[in-house]
Design a protein around this ligand. Structure first.
Ligand SMILES: Nc1ncnc2c1ncn2[C@@H]1O[C@H](COP(=O)(O)OP(=O)(O)OP(=O)(O)O)[C@@H](O)[C@H]1O
Ligand SMILES: [Mg+2]
Length: 345
């Protein structure tokens, strides 16, 4: 059986071109036409590709038949796409043709960038308290050596800073644990009513200290569903803690539970866990970014409150693991509601 060059190129799942010694494009598959434009077949490859690095790689491969790698960048007006391009010669009866394959490595590059950003952020977050600790240690060894009052004050600050570092490391570990389990479906049976009750019980002292009232709105019936009890409790704790921390004295945080009922977006029976506060609200442009690691609306205020900026990132991963949804509604000056929708099975 004889296959044509075009048939071979068509069978390649990535954008691919075949270029002849006469420098014309002999064949281009569908993905290549989508990438480079219809009607490139038969044209000179320079007019179709237009990127000097890649053009040079092809020109040289046409001359010496050696394999090369290059890069091709595009932008569809919204985002950049990066392709790694392999340029390889194929012997064809004394002559050679060049096969050019494009591999989309954008996601890979983005993952690398995210990892670099993450390491930079973690280092920065750890360095701030560490710098404070080093500064106070030096002061205690030097100028404040014999000053009892200053020593006590500095030790208090040092205690706070080391606790903050400890919390940060704890949150990072819990984020990484949650992330590594994200594809493992929970199997435990839990009661969301119970989770709300225990969350309220454990956060009442914090709320009292902040002058915030906690209220609950629970259905008569006890709901029982599949879910990871500790993780869902962590979700409710993080959301309630935020409500308490960012609303200020005199406000109210309400935890409520509704359902199970049919949720069209999840196409399943699901419950809704809602944490509402009567605080200052969050401006709309911040909302899509809240679940990013280390994202804070007011970083000064969050740090002052001992926040690490990881709370909502952890919430998001736990909700994903449960195949649920997280919704945020906020009105400036009125308050914020975080809704967690979790399927019951
Ligand atoms: N209920 C809320 N009202 C107003 N702002 C909020 C509320 N919840 C979260 N935010 C804002 O979102 C940011 C991110 O919240 P997140 O819980 O992820 O981090 P954090 O509270 O700063 O630190 P952590 O929870 O790790 O101690 C907060 O810094 C805060 O600016
Ligand atoms: Mg928080």
């Amino acid at each position: 059986m004889q296959c044509s060059a075009a048939q071979f190129v068509n069978a390649i799942p990535w954008p691919a071109l075949l270029i002849r010694r006469n420098e014309r494009i002999e064949a281009a598959n569908e993905p290549a036409l989508t990438l480079l434009g219809a009607g490139i077949e038969g044209r000179h490859f320079i007019t179709a590709l237009r990127q000097p690095m890649l053009i040079e790689a092809i020109e040289r491969a046409l001359e010496d038949a050696k394999p090369r790698r290059s890069e091709y960048l595009t932008n569809d007006g919204q985002q950049d796409t990066t392709y790694k391009v392999s340029v390889r010669a194929i012997e064809n009866g004394g002559e050679h043709v060049v096969l050019v394959c494009f591999e989309d490595v954008t996601a890979f590059e983005q993952a690398g960038q995210m990892r670099r950003d993450f390491v930079a952020n973690v280092s920065h977050e750890l360095r701030t308290p560490l710098t404070a600790l080093i500064g106070f240690i030096e002061t205690l060894k030097g100028p404040a050596r014999n000053d009892d009052a200053a020593r006590l004050r500095f030790l208090d600050i040092m205690e706070d800073e080391s606790k903050r570092m400890n919390r940060l490391v704890g949150d990072l570990l819990s984020l990484s644990r949650v992330e590594s389990q994200e594809r493992v479906r929970p199997t435990e049976i839990m009661s969301p009513n119970d989770i709300i009750r225990t969350t309220v019980h454990s956060l009442t002292p914090l709320a009292e200290e902040a002058g915030v009232t906690i209220e609950t709105d629970l259905p008569e019936n006890e709901v029982s569903m599949v879910g990871d009890r500790d993780q869902v409790r962590q979700v409710m704790t993080n959301l309630t803690e935020n409500g308490i921390k960012y609303s200020g004295s005199g406000s109210t945080v309400t935890l409520s539970l509704t359902g199970p009922s049919y949720e069209p977006r999840l196409r399943a029976q699901a419950i809704r866990l809602v944490v509402c506060d009567t605080g200052q609200g969050i401006e709309p442009h911040h909302i899509p970014r809240l679940t990013e690691r280390f994202y804070r609306v007011d970083s000064h205020r969050s740090r002052e409150m001992g926040g690490t900026g990881l709370g909502l990132a952890i919430v998001k991963h736990i909700v994903n693991r449960h195949r649920g949804r997280l919704e945020v509604d906020s009105e400036k000056g009125k308050g914020t509601c975080f809704t967690v929708i979790l399927p019951v099975t």
